[in-house]
Design a binder for this molecule. Structure first.
Ligand code: SF4
Ligand code: SF4
Length: 403
């Protein structure tokens, strides 16, 4: 069952023979989680508290973004999973609707539901934004989400996809989430971030409002140590941390012939006890079973550690959002967003989510057209302009052809 996810055909035995020195690396040391041979079924589910929210969760939860199967949600509940994470925009609302149907059959206090709403993108040339309007737009979207979910409240409401201190301290969003709590429509509020995580996490701490941060964190991040340090600070300040993008795109290549060892990648993130839970996506029962097995077994084998060490040096599909490339693009393209769309397309095979993201960027069809040579050099050696041209083709595909 695991072979699809832990296949290591791409790692040569000769390479593995030389990994002992690499394994000494502090980042991958896991002496406290030495591999055990006990029967995993007999091990209890590991649970952690989500900051000061009072919520306690198994370390593995469910990111529902790519799932449209009620049966998979029912199966996850049977596996002991409690937190289900969706967003206002996932599957253009159908994701929340699907969860709403499923959870009709469960007691409201038997699961934890998180959704995310992204602030409206602003045309800054049109002058300063109007706080009241922004608050209303956000709260109207929350009402729509609650209708789809058939719920009176969500347990965690995130302001979605923030990437700067200013984003987090945006007075309109703070007013909106405060109102949502007062109205009883959100039990707890937080922010989510795909990039510039340390700055976003610090701002969430400083806000005194946000209680949870949903952050990208994985073994491929060159700035993993900085993310980990910020997470520790947030936990000390009483915030809860939920991890996403733990599997860094799932594959090293767009052809999907070189899978990341996803189970090892999930374990790696969760070995940081400051992280309450992670929300890997599940699109099959095999996926679910593999991810759920980590709930009671964080022990990492030498092979798994080796897979991650080798995988870290491969380019892959995951853009770490470091923005190293951004100042070198004369057109100021939102390259991290474009690379995320590329990962959704080839890593997740989720062309709808990719298309939605691309359309939200309001770019011309071929934004690199007038550039003779790409000067946006990527820290991970991505061929940036090629990936931009490749993924931008999606914007002109009619909706009925998108799956
Ligand atoms: S080719 Fe490179 S530098 Fe030019 S617009 Fe595209 S991403 Fe920017
Ligand atoms: S494309 Fe490369 S340099 Fe640019 S943000 Fe992503 S990982 Fe960093």
């Amino acid at each position: 069952m695991e072979k699809d996810f832990s296949r290591r055909g791409f790692i040569q035995k000769t390479i593995l023979g030389g990994t002992s020195a690499l394994l000494a690396s502090a980042a991958f040391s896991s002496s406290s989680f030495a591999a055990k041979n006990e029967n995993m079924q007999e091990k209890p589910i590991i649970k952690r508290k989500l900051g000061k929210t009072g919520i306690e969760l198994p370390i593995v939860s469910f990111g529902v973004m790519r799932s449209d199967s009620p049966a998979l949600i029912h199966a996850a509940i049977k596996e002991g999973i409690i937190l289900f994470d969706t967003a206002h925009g996932y599957q253009r609302g159908k994701n929340e609707e699907m969860l709403g149907e499923v959870f009709q059959g469960y007691r409201r206090d038997s699961f934890v539901l998180a959704t995310k709403i992204q602030p409206e993108k602003k045309d800054t040339s049109a002058g300063p934004s109007d706080v009241k309007t922004d608050v209303k737009i956000f709260l109207d979207k929350l009402d729509i989400s609650l209708q789809r979910l058939k719920m009176e409240y969500v347990d965690i409401l995130y302001v979605h996809a923030l990437s700067s201190r200013d984003d987090v301290l945006n007075p309109a969003m703070i007013e909106a989430v405060t109102a949502a709590k007062k109205l009883g429509k959100a039990k707890h509020v937080g922010v989510s971030t795909h990039r510039n995580e340390p700055e976003v996490i610090q701002a969430a701490i400083d806000s005194g409002v946000y209680e949870v941060v949903l952050t990208s964190v994985n073994f491929k991040q060159d700035h993993y140590a900085a993310v980990k340090e910020s997470i520790a600070k947030a936990v000390k300040a009483g915030l809860g941390i939920v991890a996403m993008k733990t599997m860094a795109g799932g594959f090293h290549d767009k052809e999907r012939k070189q899978p990341i060892n996803c189970k090892a990648a999930l374990k790696f993130v969760l070995q940081d006890e400051n992280i309450t839970t992670a929300i890997p996506g599940n699109t099959s029962f095999d996926h679910l079973s593999m991810n759920a097995s980590v709930n009671s077994d964080l022990a990492m084998s030498a092979q798994e550690q080796a897979d991650l060490m080798i995988g870290k040096s491969q380019g892959g599909l995951y853009c770490q959002g470091c923005e190293h490339c951004v100042p070198h693009c004369p057109k100021g393209l939102p390259i991290p967003d474009l690379m995320r769309a590329y990962m959704y397309t080839y890593g997740y095979r989720d062309s709808r989510q990719a298309q939605d993201l691309l359309l939200s960027l309001n770019l011309p069809n071929n934004p690199c057209e007038e550039c003779a040579e790409c000067s946006a050099v990527c820290a991970k050696n991505f061929a940036v302009s090629e990936r931009v041209a490749d993924v931008m083709r999606l914007t002109s595909v009619p909706e009925e052809f998108i799956s």
